[in-house]
Write a protein that binds this ligand. Structure first.
Ligand SMILES: NC(=O)c1ccc[n+]([C@@H]2O[C@H](COP(=O)([O-])OP(=O)(O)OC[C@H]3O[C@@H](n4cnc5c(N)ncnc54)[C@H](OP(=O)(O)O)[C@@H]3O)[C@@H](O)[C@H]2O)c1
Length: 272
């Protein structure tokens, strides 16, 4: 039985992955903001809910991540798998209490920070696994990191790629620095979840019209996460680019100098 922590596991794709993985007999820890959704998620597991728990946490700030990590480490000596499906579709200019854009803070930095703080528990696993969900972002070296990490006057069109590609760099960094740890990034594709709730009206309207034509099911969106946990024959860093097609993945080969620069900046920001 593995202990699997899913940040974002009270909702959408993370919750679907949790349902599949608890059916495999694992122990689940779900993290999210909304206590009500957390309770409903546990209730949906039926009798298996005795192998699951929910922790309410706001991972958009450094303090929120530290507090969550403290509570997790107090309860779990070993974590076998850490899945990051936290995400917000925050496209307008706004700032967290740390002066960062929420899209950067939640969709990248919280993943780096939480994983770094949980490394002692991950290192106790036989084969620790860290998985990060993003949109479709091929691991190539053509992104401009000149505005990383402040992304002043945030523009979603301009800044989404470097924010999300930082996940791929972190997967590469973990693989390089943590012997035996398997790290990967997975494309969520497009699925009907709560992710549109913070989006502007025109994006929500577009999704409502186009959704039935282009969306994958939530089960398909979660499939590669579940298979990456089930299979033990891969070494990172890998990128799964096609939802529902776990056999299709590519190695993440990125500039080591850029990876180091991003990791140094992330360390300076969080202290972790
Ligand atoms: N669905 C899509 O079409 C799509 C497309 C591209 C990328 N993605 C990515 O796929 C991943 C899964 O998203 P989803 O579609 O399943 O959406 P979702 O249902 O909205 O799930 C997002 C999760 O992130 C959590 N979260 C957001 N902000 C948080 C914060 N500050 N602190 C802690 N938890 C926070 C949410 O918790 P609460 O609900 O409690 O707030 C929820 O559990 C995300 O990384 C998303 O960016 C999805």
């Amino acid at each position: 039985m593995k202990t699997i922590l899913i940040a974002g596991g009270n909702s959408g794709i993370g919750l679907q992955a949790a349902r599949d993985l608890i059916a495999d007999g694992h122990r689940l820890v779900l993290l999210g903001r909304d206590q009500r959704k957390g309770k409903a998620a546990l209730a949906s597991f039926g009798t298996a809910a005795d192998r699951a728990s929910f922790l309410a946490a706001d991972l958009s700030t450094h303090d929120g991540v530290r507090d969550a990590a403290d509570r997790i480490l107090a309860q779990h000596e070993r974590i076998d798998v850490l899945v990051h499906t936290t995400g917000v579709l925050a496209i307008q200019e706004s700032r967290t209490a740390d002066g960062l854009h929420p899209f950067f803070a939640v969709n990248y930095l919280s993943r780096y920070h939480l994983t770094q703080l949980l490394l002692p528990a991950l290192r106790r696993a036989g084969r620790p696994v860290v998985l990060m969900m993003t949109a479709a972002i091929e691991p190539t070296d053509d992104a401009d990191f000149g505005r990383f990490p402040r992304f002043g006057d945030f523009s979603f069109g301009r800044d989404r790629k470097p924010v999300q590609l930082a996940n791929h760099h972190y997967a590469a960094h973990l693989t390089r620095t943590e012997p035996g740890l398997a790290a990967g990034v997975l494309n969520a594709g497009a699925a009907k979840t709560d992710i549109m709730r913070a989006a502007p009206w025109y994006m929500r309207a577009g999704a409502k019209v186009m959704g039935p034509l282009v969306f994958d099911s939530v089960e398909t969106a979660a499939h590669n996460v579940v298979e990456a946990v089930r299979r033990e024959d891969w070494q990172g860093p890998l990128y799964w680019g096609k939802p529902g097609k776990s056999e299709q993945h590519a190695p993440i080969g990125l500039s080591a100098a850029t990876t180091q620069q991003l990791m140094d900046t992330s360390h300076t920001l969080t202290g972790a």
